[in-house]
Design a protein around this ligand. Structure first.
Ligand code: GDP
Ligand code: MG
Length: 458
């Protein structure tokens, strides 16, 4: 089985950044580059993730051997397929993230923008190390594209003007802005100590320039500096619930990312649900059918009997209807252990789902991850929170908020991420002065709240 004889598991890599800076394109480019190297193993499709094996990384970064000499000890890199802050926030574990490393994408024609700053805050609060992919270098004035070439090779072929344009962006914008934020950043080729400096890797998700460098630096950094995190433990699996879904013929299933250990059909699993921890048994484990994803429209799935970390796997089991995305998931060796783990899970939720005895806003979100991200964001702004909860906006939420609104208008607000307003609440809202702010992008919720509360002061 995969991973069994290997000492290290694949680092889990996420892609974050401002909208339109090229997150999706970059992941697509990494995937297509890996698929093109299929004689070296191509990519392995997982649920919600893809694995680029080491042999493929070595082959793609072969031309860089002299500059970035790496002998890979990790078996590959696991990329989370869907970029974005909302999904990233569901990769939570207490005090951190199950993401081992992040790629922060910055469009070199735009520089740092609102969601870039949001991403930096998220990475800081979850303590996730990252590198900067300075994307769209093909759009720099005077840049001559060298498709699929390493950045260092393409750079040597550039005119003086193009080189100066790149330096202007890297040093004049990225390095300067990051140093204001307390980060030392530098072009990756010039870094002496990667523990002190965040690497900047210039890339183009369009032409593929810099993809070899990006993969080499990701693999090199993670295996060198995160070794302790990546040691594969032969024990029961640990993971995060990325999404809760309805699957035809299977009922409610959970899409999970497993970051440690082994999960097998029949195993006892423990995770958080809307009404408390759920203890159940794995009925089946599903993975995308090999290669079906390349041609067929809908992904076909195959049943597997066991899965080794790191992996993305869909789990079917009884009693998952109330499962919460963003929850940790653990395999238990016995019923007693399951009961112990459910206590741990309960205490994890206490910090996120609460009702405080003070005036403050109400936050309602669809998953534990987005709820946590919102709590952190409003705490950073020093906005007090009265209620934080999962689920739709209810009548009692409106009543709570309207009591607060009478005392402090700017706190009489319900912040709603990806949840609905229940009909009973609609009626109550109509004759209250409670403000509801609904959005499916975390950043926009915060921005709308700031604008609204600023306007109140006028
Ligand atoms: P996302 O919102 O961060 O996922 O950004 P997308 O990947 O959807 O990219 C936004 C737009 O930028 C699309 O029109 C892409 O084709 C374009 N784009 C992305 N990367 C590059 C690049 O490296 N070069 C150029 N010229 N365009 C790019
Ligand atoms: Mg996108």
């Amino acid at each position: 089985p995969q991973g069994q004889t290997k000492k290290l598991r694949q680092p889990i890599v996420v892609v974050l950044g401002h909208v339109d800076h090229g997150k999706t394109s970059l992941l697509d480019k990494i995937r297509s580059t890996a698929i093109a190297a299929r004689e070296a193993g191509g990519i392995t499709q997982h649920i919600g993730a893809s694995i680029v094996p080491s042999a493929v990384i070595e082959k793609i970064s072969e031309p860089l051997k002299k500059i970035v000499p790496i002998k890979l000890a990790i078996p590959g890199l696991l990329f989370i397929d869907t970029p974005g802050h909302e999904l990233f926030s569901n990769l939570r574990k207490r005090g951190g993230s199950i993401a081992d490393f992040a790629i922060l994408v910055i469009d070199v024609t735009k520089g740092l923008q609102d969601q870039t700053f949001e991403a930096i805050d998220l990475l800081k609060s979850r303590k996730v190390p990252f590198l900067i992919a300075a994307n769209k270098i093909d759009r720099l004035p005077g840049w001559e594209s060298n498709p699929d070439q390493p950045f260092v090779v393409s750079y040597q072929n550039q005119s003086r003007r193009a080189k100066e344009e790149l330096e202007r962006v890297i040093y004049g914008i990225i390095v300067t802005k990051f140093s204001e934020l307390g980060f030392q950043t530098e072009l990756y080729t010039k870094i002496k100590d990667f523990t002190k400096t965040v690497a900047i890797v210039p890339v183009s998700a369009k032409t593929g320039e810099g993809i070899p460098d990006l993969l080499a630096v990701l693999a090199g950094l993670t295996q060198q500096y995160l070794k302790n995190r990546l040691i594969f433990a032969e024990g029961p699996a640990k993971g995060s619930v990325l999404e809760v879904k309805e699957a035809e013929g299977l009922g409610t299933v959970i899409d999970t990312i497993i970051y440690d250990g082994i999960i097998r059909v029949g195993d006892i699993i423990v995770l958080n649900g809307k009404n408390g921890p759920i203890i159940t048994n794995v009925r089946s484990l599903l993975m995308p059918a090999p290669l079906s994803d390349l041609r067929a429209k809908g992904t076909r799935f195959v049943n597997v009997s066991e899965v080794y970390a790191a992996a993305g796997v869909r789990i079917a089991a009884p009693d998952l209807e109330n499962a919460l995305a963003g929850s940790s998931i653990y395999v238990a060796n016995s019923v007693e252990e399951a009961n112990e783990l459910s206590k741990t899970l309960q205490s994890e939720v206490k910090e996120l789902i609460f009702k405080a005895d003070k005036d403050g806003i109400i936050i309602k979100a669809d998953t534990l991850g987005t709820l946590e991200a919102l709590i952190e964001a409003f705490k950073r702004m020093n906005i007090p929170i009265r209620v934080a909860d999962i689920g739709n906006i209810s009548k009692s939420d409106v009543l709570e908020a309207s009591l607060t609104a009478k005392k402090n208008r700017s706190l009489g607000v319900i912040i709603a991420f990806n949840v609905k307003i229940l009909p009973e609440a609609e009626a109550e809202l109509a004759n209250s002065n409670v403000k509801v702010i609904q959005n499916n992008i975390i950043y926009h919720l915060i921005e709308e709240y700031e604008n609204w509360s600023e306007n109140l002061k006028r």
